[in-house]
Design a protein around this ligand. Structure first.
Ligand SMILES: [Zn+2]
Length: 395
């Protein structure tokens, strides 16, 4: 495909998105009293082109001209405010949405959509109470407005109100006939965790089981359930984790430590080695299964075999620090190191390792490299080299 053809396809795609947004905004209007003339504006095409080439600021610049030429156009205002929010100018988005809502000529659908969008602006700006009010108002205008419902759901998630988030997500799934079982399962798992923290074990059990009946792929529900079974019935705990691994093999390593304890409690510790070998057999590049097995062997005082496994894991994944750490530990266990080398490896073992540690002075975000803008709090020039003191235990 030539570059020009590609751009054409992109523009068509973005135009489709915009038409979709505008359509959502103007749904319900049928009398044609404000047939959109803005599409004939050259700035509209320029704006679309800028969008297609990822130049959001330029797109905003052009679409703002369209807005001034066609101040009545609800669609352009909606799209523009979305773009402002996208580039982080939330206060501009809020301004436009509030001006829209103040108009008396909106259809119900347009008003509900503008209110829901305003809610999302507030949520992005961290003004949670105002966001909740805006969503509620949108739902008064249009009780089945999906944007407002989805916004309310996210708002509850932000505030760790899992019960409310679950109820709304259930409604959304029913309304749009989508399969949201995985998300619902994760929300149930959070409910279970909450119950557990409050000492309500039965409720926790119930929630984790519900999570898995919704979707077997909710891995943390398997983990939590196994933790609950571990003391009472380790055989059952092992069964839960084996099921989990069969369902989501790529997450198997997350179950390793509990599984090891469960097998040991059943008096069959060798089943762990068998499991790891099976996983390596299924996927020879599975360095986590090799690492798990190597740790197991080192604990059994068989460091020579462990080292063999680890060296093959290093071959496949030389960039994974965890594997190197285990190599050093294993070398130490083989007592093939002199006292100075022993001391060095001990220091490494006790350290949290960063290739080149830097930390944000504004939000304490840790990075492995020097960055000019913090990816977490978005402040400029706040990263400095982190001077970590000696590792715990050597002080
Ligand atoms: Zn930061």
């Amino acid at each position: 495909m030539s570059d020009t053809a590609l751009v054409a396809v992109l523009v068509a795609g973005v135009a489709g998105i915009l038409a979709g947004l505008a359509g959502a905004a103007s749904r319900g209007r049928e009398d044609g009293r404000r047939r959109p003339g803005f599409r004939s504006s050259p700035h509209y095409s320029e704006g679309l082109h800028a969008l297609a080439t990822g130049q959001l600021e330029l797109a905003i610049h052009e679409l703002d001209k369209v807005r001034r030429e066609h101040p009545d156009s609800v669609e352009v205002q909606q799209v523009l405010s979305h773009l402002y929010r996208e580039v982080g100018k939330t206060e501009r988005a809020i301004e436009i949405h509030r001006a829209l809502i103040a108009r008396r000529d909106l259809t119900r659908a347009e008003r509900a959509y503008a209110l829901a969008s305003l809610g999302t602006d507030y949520r992005k700006a961290g003004l949670l109470d105002r966001a909740a009010d805006a969503y509620r108002e949108a739902l008064l205008v249009e009780p089945k407005n999906l944007h407002a419902l989805a916004g309310q759901q996210k708002l509850h998630e932000d505030q760790r109100q899992w019960r409310e988030a679950f109820e709304i997500q259930t409604r959304i799934a029913r309304m749009r006939k989508s399969d949201d079982a995985l998300v619902l399962g994760f929300l149930q798992t959070e409910l279970g965790r909450e119950a557990l923290a409050a000492g309500r074990r039965d409720a926790a059990f119930e929630a984790f089981r519900t999570a898995l009946s919704l979707d077997r792929r909710v891995f943390p529900a398997h983990l939590a359930l196994a933790d609950l079974w571990l003391e009472r019935d380790p055989r059952r705990a092992a069964q839960v984790l084996e099921d989990a691994i069969a369902t989501v093999p790529e997450r198997a390593y997350l179950a390793f430590s509990t599984l090891q304890r469960a097998y040991a409690a059943c008096g069959e510790p060798s089943r762990f080695a068998a499991l790891c070998e099976r996983l390596v057999g299924q996927d020879p590049r599975d360095w986590r299964a090799r690492l798990g097995l190597a740790r197991h062997l080192r604990a059994l005082n068989r460091p020579g075999e462990a080292l063999g496994l680890l060296l093959r894991a290093v071959e496949a994944n030389p960039h994974v620090l965890l594997v190197h750490l285990e190599v050093w530990r294993t070398l130490r266990a083989m007592s093939s190191l002199g006292p100075e080398e022993q001391k060095y490896v001990a220091t490494v073992e006790e350290s949290a390792l960063y290739v080149d540690p830097h930390i944000c002075t504004a939000c304490r975000y840790r990075a492995d490299d020097m960055l000019w803008r913090c990816p977490h709090c978005h402040e400029w020039n706040t990263l400095v080299e982190e001077r970590v003191g000696p590792a715990a235990g050597t002080r």
